[in-house]
Every structure is written in C-alpha cells, then in structure tokens.
Design a protein around this ligand. Structure first.
Ligand code: FAD
Length: 375
C-alpha cells in the first residue's frame, strides 16, 4: 500500500486528503497528515479561551467570500459545506467591507477551523498527527525519508507539501538547500574517478531534484505579515457596539476588529463573547521581529483608543502571522509544483494560487490531479 504524507493540516492539506479519498476510492493509499501545530486549521485557526472552551475566536481567516468567478467552478464545495452546516451566510453587519458585485460572504458557526475539520473527517481513515514538525527530507532507495523535530524519521512513497513557500525553502536535506552541496561533493568524486556504484546511484538520484528555475520561482513568492489578538470574556459580558466587525482606516496599528461570536451569529448565556483584532500590514512588518509580549500592550493601547470602555477580558491570545496572506504568488498561479516525479514530491497551497478559500480549493484540485497523473 503506497504511503502518502501530506505536510500541513490547513485547508489545502485537509482538502487534498479528502479529494484523494473521494477521487481514488479504488487505490490502496495510506494517507498520513503531519502538522507542526497542536491542532488543525493552519491560518484558518480557531482559538479557545483557557477558561471556557466554548468561547472561541478566529485569529486568522475571518469569513469566506465566494466571488462570481468561482460561483460555478466551486459550487459543489460550497453546497457541501452549506449542507453540513459548516458554512452559513454572513448576515451580521460589517462596517467598511468592500464587496465585489455578485459575491457572497459566509461565516462558520463552529469557527473557521471547522472547514478543515470537515475535510479531515471526509478523508476517512487518514492518520493525522499534530506536533510533527518536518525538518528534513531525503531520497533513500526510491522513497522519501522524512525527518521531524522529535521522533524517528519515516519513509513515504509520495510527499505533498502544503506549507507556506518560505517554510518549504527552510526544509533541509536533499530537497532544497543542501542540493548544491550534495551535487558539488559528488561532482568532485566523479572528477577524481574515485566513485563506486553506490555513488553513481547517489548522483543519478540527485541530479533530478528541484531545478534551479523552480527554486527561483519559489523564492519569488512573498507574504504580508500582521499580528492578531483574541480577547476572551466571561459569560454575561456585554459588548455594546452596533456592528459585528469593522475595518479601521485611521489607526496606525489596527486594521480590523470583530466581535467574533456576533460575526458568526453565536450568542449564549453559557459562554462569553470574544473579540478579534488584526493589525495593519505596515504595523506587522515594522514589529515582525519583536516578541509578541512586547507587541500585545501596544495593540491593546490602540484598541482602548478605538473602543474606550471595552470590558476587561479574562484572557488574551496574541498571534504573530509571519506568513499572513500571499502578496506575490508563484508566477501564473499553477496551483501546484511537481518537484520530483519518482518518487513523487509535490508542493501546493495558497502560495501557488491566491490567499483565500478558493485559492486553496484550486491548489488542492491541482495537487490531486498531479498525483493521479503520476501514480
Ligand atoms: P496554511 O493554512 O498556512 O496551512 C499550512 C499548515 O502547515 C499549518 O497548519 C502549519 O502549522 C503547517 N506547517 C508549516 N510548516 C510545517 C512543517 N515544517 N512541518 C509540519 N507542518 C508545518 N482567507 C479567506 O478565505 N478569508 C479571509 O477572511 C482570510 N483572512 C485571513 C486573515 C489572516 C490574518 C490570515 C493569516 C489569513 C487569512 N486568509 C483568509 C488566508 C487563508 O487563511 C489562507 O489562504 C489559507 O489558510 C492557506 O491555507 P494552506 O493550507 O495553503 O496553508
């Protein structure tokens, strides 16, 4: 049974797993997902209050926008999520939102990570492991040997990387950074005619790894950076504003505020409200190398100016999004890039399309097509 490793349990990785199950039901594939985080979601993450797990906040993606360009192409994906109650139309007021004519916004009553959890459920039988941080990938005897920060390396027939592109480039081993050194040292051996059969095999395997042109394309991808705060309140707290979310245009730090439960149309006497604050990209870029602990009070000061009298939360979570949204994708947005064919190594994610749910769907479809072609 071929072992397929999908690295990244965000929307692209989880949808890949679900599509592989749906489209290749007859293929005996063992699908394994590894993610370095403690739970599913990626940048579609939902955080819980440490005091009440039912009080949640979406710290990354806020809502899903279906644009007219995708209405037909992705209709079945939206219908499926609506039928399962994962998506509901956004009805709460969002001030300052700019909407393309004919587009529709959706929220996720159970939090944005419920999209990813839905696809993990649909991937029936895929084994999902969290706190599995991939560090190196080697080619060994026609298979990929994948190393993680802790625990033993494991071998896979196929590897799919759905992590942000700069994190692909940070991986060590045969696949990216060490490639030139490996080639140079083997070239030296070949020139000195001191190689034996094992070295020749080593050379043959390595000369087909990532091409320089692909590496250059990967290096051209860029992302914006920002910080997010989640403020969690105790049951019964009332946040008295007429909007559910608001885009802020006149503050040097804050770009977006949402009363997160109100945005998702969830109110209950059993858990308190939550507030999400996103900083602007210039603020995120300027403070990117600062500790979260130092940035959090600055954001809270600005929030106090915008919303004086906001009640005191029971807990706060600060998230640094170093790779927030794609500002420059791989040229011509191919959806995936096949780095190696035998064994197969494919990468995808929003860096290969664009930073929203439709971009992730497109990428997952392209990855699965590449797998079907080369299986
Ligand atoms: P990710 O979601 O980043 O998933 C990649 C996963 O890989 C992560 O879980 C990560 O932990 C894991 N990983 C990384 N490196 C490793 C490693 N070495 N080993 C193991 N695991 C690893 N989109 C919308 O549609 N609507 C919005 O309103 C919206 N707003 C956004 C607001 C913010 C602040 C941010 C940050 C994003 C927003 N987006 C929005 C974009 C959307 O979240 C992304 O496009 C989407 O999450 C990309 O999915 P992905 O699966 O390709 O990557």
């Amino acid at each position: 049974m071929a072992r397929v490793l999908i690295v990244g349990a965000g929307p692209t990785g989880s949808l890949c797993a679900a599509l592989l199950r749906r489209e290749l039901p007859q293929r005996p594939l063992r699908i394994v997902l590894w993610d370095k985080a403690r739970g599913a979601g990626g940048r579609m993450t939902t955080s819980r209050s440490p005091h009440n797990p039912r009080c949640t906040a979406d710290l990354g993606a806020q809502y899903i926008t279906l644009r007219p360009a995708y209405a037909q192409k992705h209709q079945s994906f939206y219908e499926d999520l609506l039928a399962h109650g994962v998506l509901k139309p956004l009805t709460a007021p969002v001030e300052g939102m700019v909407m393309e004519e004919g587009s529709h916004n959706f929220v996720t009553p159970q939090g944005i990570s419920s999209i990813v959890k839905h696809y993990l459920t649909e991937s029936a039988g895929a084994d999902v492991f969290y706190e599995h941080h991939v560090t190196q990938i080697y080619l060994r005897g026609g298979k990929w040997e994948v190393c993680k920060k802790t625990g033993s390396p494991e071998q896979f027939d196929i590897v799919v990387l759905t992590i942000p592109v700069p994190q692909i480039l940070q991986l060590q081993g045969d696949i990216v950074n060490k490639m030139k050194n490996a080639l140079l040292s083997v070239d030296a051996l070949l020139l000195g005619r001191s190689y034996y059969r094992g070295d020749a095999l080593y050379y043959n395997e390595r000369q087909n790894l990532i091409k320089e042109s692909q590496k250059q394309q990967l290096e051209s991808v860029s992302y914006s950076s920002r910080f997010a705060l989640g403020l969690f309140y105790e049951a019964g707290t009332w946040i008295d504003v007429p909007w559910a979310a608001q885009y802020i245009t006149n503050n040097p730090c804050i770009r977006f505020i949402s009363i997160d439960n109100k945005k998702r149309n969830i109110e209950s006497s059993e858990f308190g409200p939550s507030v999400v604050v996103h900083t602007s990209v210039p603020f995120g870029t300027a403070h990117l190398e600062w500790d979260k602990e130092k940035v959090q009070p600055i954001i809270l000061d600005h929030l106090e100016n915008i919303m004086p009298g906001l009640p005191k939360p029971t807990s706060i979570k600060c998230q640094k999004w170093r790779y927030s949204q794609v500002t420059k994708a791989i040229p011509s947005c191919p959806g995936q890039m096949t780095l190696h064919i035998k064994p197969l190594l494919v990468c995808g994610g929003d860096g290969f399309t664009h930073s929203n749910f439709d971009g992730c769907i497109d990428s997952a479809i392209c990855i699965v097509e590449a797998l079907k072609t080369n299986l």
